[in-house]
Design a protein around this ligand. Sequence first.
Ligand code: AMP
Ligand code: ZN
Length: 455
Amino acid sequence: MEPLFLYDTRTRSKAEFAPADPRDVRLYVCGPTVYDLAHIGNARPIIVFDVLFRVLRARYGADAVTYVRNITDVDDKINARAAERGIDIRTLTETTLADFHADLTSLHTLPPTHEPRATDNIDGMVSMIETLVANGHAYVASDHVLFAVASVDTYGSLSKRSLDEMVAGARVDVAPYKRDPMDFVLWKPSKPGEPAWPSPAGIAVGGRPGWHIECSAMAARYLGETFDIHGGGIDLAFPHHENERAQSCAAFGVKEMARVWMHNGFLQVEGRKMAKSEGNFITIRDALGRMSGDTLRLAMLMTHYRQPIDWTDQRVQEARGLLASWAAAAEGVAPAAEADAEVVAALSDDLNTPAVVTRLSELQRTAPDALAPSAMLLGIDLARVAEAIAAGEAAKSAALTVDVDALIAERLAARAAKRFDEADRIRDQLLAEGIALKDGKDENGAPITTWSFTS
Ligand code: AMP
Ligand code: ZN
């Protein structure tokens, strides 16, 4: 099999991927903070890394890949939102997590091997923090534990930021107890009413972990001190991943936390940053009310994962059209046993999904039997797509208030009698019902008219 090439954010280059152990390939992706419905920007890493998971499983074996995606269920945003809504934190995190799982079901993602929750892993965080304090990489100040950034000489090398740049960024509103403005929180004291656990490092008051240490501890527990691939959106490269890497390397005395760091580009909507204040905020739930999970998936994968995406109606229409034509071409054809070699080659080149899309449209004409197994590598099931289209058409037919066949017959009669105004009126009436007509001739040269729904 040809090699798999992946782009590594740390080295800024594409290199052949070589897992430490091909029988146990290990992937960690930062999961959601469960305080609100996930938006379509959050859907991007979910879908991109689901495709990577499928590619790795196809290559190394379904049982040879361990995929961990955590749930952040202790965080200041969660505390604030629960207080705002006057509900308890557990109710907020449980209902948000259930919503997230329902969204994932509609997006047809494979479940990760492990989905650890931060609150079930506090002991691992506490013990990492104890180690970091003991070996001089962290210190206690005002009931907080802070990571001493200056104690790690490669800090900044993942996100390629200069020390000056990072210091300037950190200088805004520096807590007085920090030795260095760049130092970040590993543990902080909880106020009354906030979730609290017994603190590490001899701190008398109860507290809770910082976000970065959550991922370091969960990744270590399920994947070990070093693992193969760490992923997330590009906004996480700094400071989140830089900090995860500093903590893990310093606590375990390893050179690298992950061999490869992968980051997806950002998604914007109709040319603007997606934000509640912009009125262009789309949750996965909203989007799935208007399109199938397969359409959303393809609309996402039409762009390479490292490029920014502009999410537009036109993109969604294009994805819908492609899926309909692939599904129609694959229908009634016995599927090939394996995915097309060019599709596999494109995915092996740093997940080049736009090249896969182009190739699938070629296969539609040249080898439709290869369509279904090839699309499946993107997590797109063409039989499911065909069923959804048929169900949609059936629902639209059932909702029709006119007799289409009778109107077509009337129109043909009007045309035969050269009453063209009447024929055009019927055409317009049907168009208003969402029905487009196509005129042609049958095998004897007699005029016939077929119809289809316009969308
Ligand atoms: P968050 O809940 O903000 O930590 O985000 C969860 C995941 O979604 C992270 O991997 C983020 O990088 C990613 N993400 C958030 N917003 C966007 C966006 N607009 N486009 C692409 N990825 C995003
Ligand atoms: Zn993380």
